[in-house]
Design a protein around this ligand. Structure first.
Ligand code: GLC
Length: 547
């Protein structure tokens, strides 16, 4: 299959996120690799995907799962080589699947050559000016320069002596200390990222997922302001004048990137990971900036008809504002598996549950998986672009019982162990029911796989009518055939727990969230997430039909 020639291919695409280290391991080092992705191209093609997005595969010491990048224009030797990348890209393109890579522009890693140069250089040097170094407060500079918080540690400042620096300065990091923030006021930094984008675009990469797209520009004017707020709805963040996030200046960067993207044929596309107030998302998704932005509204919306309808209506309205299309996403590598969210009683504190290794409350695997497949069919029928996280097509659950001494996530390691973090959705995928490491690879997987993975393996679900995988396969294939104008019409239902909408070509989607069995409207059923019961739609089911 060849790549579509449509320049707007991304508007209503199905895009699958690969977390490469946990996808497939061909060299037996326990870590997935690029050859692993190549070895699964047939599987990816069987899902009728328009594109895959690869989380970082760059050289990294994995202080934050690869989002700590040592070298933006290379492949981590543990995952392969640039030649492996080219081979993978060609194989995916041959199968009609486009490729996004992850760009991490807010911070590098502490092992990036430029950070090492900065630590070795003196205050005021050009090397230090690429990052955010400042003197501390207090008589001996022993107090961090400001009170700015970090996502992964109490303070956003770490003393340079941590890495052997001898000049008594502090540097800023929004995430882990191993992730020093770039100084985006420095033209050298801007030029280097243009070089990186060009490097991958020239290799044939079709799009970019932009990590923490809202954080690049900070207010670094002196004296540094205090009391930065991470609340995305704080007034200063709503008008783009906050200290650390979502500042209006960031769009200047993205306008420059857009000029580069548009110099390619077809233009390269991008999607922003911007954790900002929804009213600010159109600025990232504008056709003059990144073109598309994740809308994370569904990720934490309770599985109810009312919430889902609200999310859809608000999101579609926003997308119209910038001539972009909407994005829908239920999971990613930062989230608890969606099936588990829906299988846990809504009042359960997920963090506490994870800290208890999943022992504090039962999770209903069956309900969770069933509802998550129903939720996926719901979003797949909506106009716009859908992002699917690897394994969600299997209805797989969170691995809650990773022993603490094997947890890798800095969220756990750095946050005084108050949160267990995100490893539970990053456990290497089960390909086979049995065999070594469920077919992931010969070496011990970098995160432990539970026994119950057998039932959620690709092998266990393949060819089984009604399994999550087969429902996804059908849904994605049909979706491609049925795709039409980006509009929906809501239809009345006789239950407040049931939503029914249709697309302009007569493609109907009805979801019963939790009502007792709901009568199936007249029409030709084309797909059901779970079988009808005496002609009725059971709770936790979605049906697609032609009216
Ligand atoms: C993004 C990534 C997340 C990472 C963070 C810092 O939010 O999705 O995994 O920890 O950025 O790079």
């Amino acid at each position: 299959m060849s790549l579509s020639k449509d320049k707007n291919w991304w508007r209503q695409a199905a895009i699958y996120q690969i977390y490469p280290r946990s996808f497939a391991d061909t060299d037996g080092n326990g870590i997935g690799d690029l050859k692993g992705v190549t070895s699964k191209v047939d599987y990816l093609a069987s899902l009728s995907l328009d594109a895959v997005w690869l989380s970082p595969f760059y050289p990294s010491a994995l202080a934050d799962g690869g989002y700590d990048v040592d070298d933006y224009r290379n492949v981590d030797p543990k995952l392969g080589t640039l030649a492996d990348f080219d081979e993978m890209l060609a194989a995916l393109h041959n199968a009609g699947i486009r490729v996004f890579v992850d760009i991490v522009p807010n911070h590098s890693s502490n092992l990036h050559q430029w950070f090492k140069d900065a630590i070795a250089a003196a205050p005021g040097s050009a090397e230090r000016a690429r990052y955010i170094f400042r003197d501390g407060r207090g008589a001996n500079g022993e107090i961090p320069p400001t009170d700015w918080p970090s996502h992964f540690a109490p303070s956003a400042w770490t003393h340079e002596s941590t890495w052997g620096g001898k000049h008594n300065q502090w540097y800023m990091h929004w995430f882990a200390p191993e992730q020093p923030d770039w100084n985006w006021d420095n033209p050298e930094v801007e030029a280097d990222f243009l070089k990186t984008l060009k490097f991958w675009a020239d290799r044939g990469v079709d799009g970019f997922r932009i990590d923490v797209a809202h954080a690049l520009k900070k207010d670094l004017s002196e004296p540094l302001r205090m009391r930065a707020t991470m609340e995305y709805d704080a007034p200063q963040n709503l008008d783009g004048t906050g200290i650390l996030m979502d500042r209006n200046e960031v769009f200047e960067v993205y306008r420059t990137w857009r000029t580069l993207f548009n110099s390619y044929d077809p233009p390269r596309v991008a999607v922003a990971e911007a954790n900002v107030h929804p009213s600010r998302l159109p600025l990232y998704a504008s056709e003059n900036t990144l073109g598309q932005s994740f809308d994370f509204r569904f990720i934490d919306a309770a599985f109810t008809a009312q919430n889902y309808k609200e999310c859809v209506s608000q999101s579609l309205e926003l997308a119209k504002k910038n001539n972009s299309s909407t994005t829908w996403t239920l999971g990613n590598h930062d989230q608890m598996r969606y099936a588990t969210k829906l299988g846990l009683h809504p009042i359960v504190d997920r963090n506490d549950w994870l800290l208890s290794h999943g022992q504090s409350h039962p999770v209903d695997f069956e309900i969770g998986t069933r509802c998550s497949v129903a939720a996926n069919l719901f979003i797949l029928a909506l106009p716009g672009c859908t992002y699917i996280y690897q394994g969600d097509e299997l209805g797989i659950h969170e691995v809650a019982d990773i022993p603490f001494d094997q947890v890798q996530d800095p969220l756990y390691l750095r946050n005084l162990k108050q949160a267990k973090g995100r490893d539970g959705s990053r456990v290497p995928l089960p390909w086979t029911r049995g065999g070594t490491n469920f077919g992931f690879g010969a070496g011990t997987p970098h995160l432990p796989q539970p026994k119950w993975f057998a039932d959620f393996s690709v092998e266990a679900e393949s060819g089984i009518s009604g399994s999550p995988l087969e429902v996804f396969r059908k849904a994605l294939k049909l979706r491609r055939e049925l795709q039409c104008a980006e509009e929906i019409t809501w239809h009345e239902t006789t239950s407040e727990d049931v939503l029914h909408f249709s697309r302009p070509n007569g493609w109907n989607c009805i979801t019963n969230f939790k009502a007792s069995k709901y009568p199936m409207p007249a029409g030709e059923i084309i797909l059901a997430s779970s079988p009808l019961v005496n002609g009725k739609i059971a709770a936790g089911s979605t049906v697609w039909f032609k009216a």
